[in-house]
Design a protein around this ligand. Sequence first.
Ligand SMILES: *Cc1c(COP(=O)(O)O)cnc(C)c1O
Length: 475
Amino acid sequence: MMQKSFDNSKKVSPLRFLPAVDSLLDSAIVKTMETEIGAQKLADLARLAIADLRQEISENDNGELSKEILFKKAERLLQQKLASLKLKQFKPIINATGIIIHTNLGRAPLSEAAISAVAQIASGYCTLEYDLEIGKRGRRGRQAEELLCELTGAESALIVNNCAAAAFLVLSGLGAGGEAIVSRGELVEIGGDFRVPEVMAQSGTRLVEVGTTNRTSLKDFADAITEKTKLIVRVHPSNFRIVGFTAMPNLEELTQLAGSQKILLYEDAGSGALIDLTAYGLADEPVISSSIKSGADIVTFSADKLLGGVQAGIIVGKSEAIEKLRRHPLYRALRVDKMVYAALIATLRSYQHAKHFAEIPVLQMLAQTREEIERRAADFLRQAKDLKLQSLKLEILNGISAVGGGSAPLAELPTTLISLESAKLSSRELEQRLRFSDSPIIARIAENKVLIDLRTVFPREINEILANLQLIDSD
Ligand SMILES: *Cc1c(COP(=O)(O)O)cnc(C)c1O
């Protein structure tokens, strides 16, 4: 120990050769980074890179470092810092997972019509709360609400920030100070911290649990009703299913019970669907118009799940209940902005004109058959062949895509996958290379292969993926 430090003291410390921040910022390589993150942030990163280098030198006794070597090392550290900063940016990615409604990846991509409506409304002023006919203040959200009534058969509608906000507003506005009855089989957690018992507690509504995890009868509900009961709540168990020995009264039975006792039936449909998606393996998803027809007083659902629109929570139902929610102070805090209305109206108009399958990406992706995806995959392989890839092997496999977004956990959409294997990289490394690219591609790994599911890849993104494969192959 003593001996070593004695030796060191005789050498010139390489710390003396550490580059100064200004000289690092003057390097040609570093200068090109300035346009990407700005001079201030770049100087911060340069300081951090030099500090890291100083730390590295003090910890490792490597006396051979020249000024030039240290400068190169500092440049490399700075490049790494910039790369990791860029990986943390909010930016578009290519979803090759095959999971259509991927909450981490932004759920529903918008339709062309929704995108241009947002751009138009965002670029100037609009009739958000203005009635052109009378030249005075108008009702916020009127057109979107009217479209929702038309499409669901509901008397009234109200739009808030997301379905969690919708549930919170309904419980706060219609349940607070009283009791709400929920089956033990529906006290679910939806992911992203939405837990029915906790939302209920926060709203000031007392939760009355009835039945068991797998079986709840109409009598269980009826027996739990007291003069304090304000709501019967049904929650669609979006992301899981209880199968086997199960029982649950249907919606009609519950709405009749609620009606006979002068309490309200509230259904949180979660994703919900504006149209019947049974043909696509989604027989379990509540169709909102059916819930309304069954007599539900209030139904809530997300606008960016199966509906295929923008993030919003939709509340539809009987006018008296909805108007109470519109007047509630929480509504003001949960309401949405003009761009949300623009995107939502455009999306709803696709349904109104029966053009939803042609125009809404989520529905297009859902409706793609395995054969259609196989044709696209075969075409992809043909194009890849022209690239004469050396180290990457592409193959076609049969597989399954998921709906995602906490919808239809049991639905399996048959698909065709492109599997990628590299002679040089492990599947983890290959998956990471795709993810780290300038147009990040999110793929999955199974059985040591990287899998690309074109169901969720837009045709316009194909060239980007091919270019990436070529780049990875040539490295
Ligand atoms: C997804 C979901 C929610 C939450 O919806 P967000 O729009 O994400 O807030 C609430 N309830 C159910 C049943 C759901 O499926």
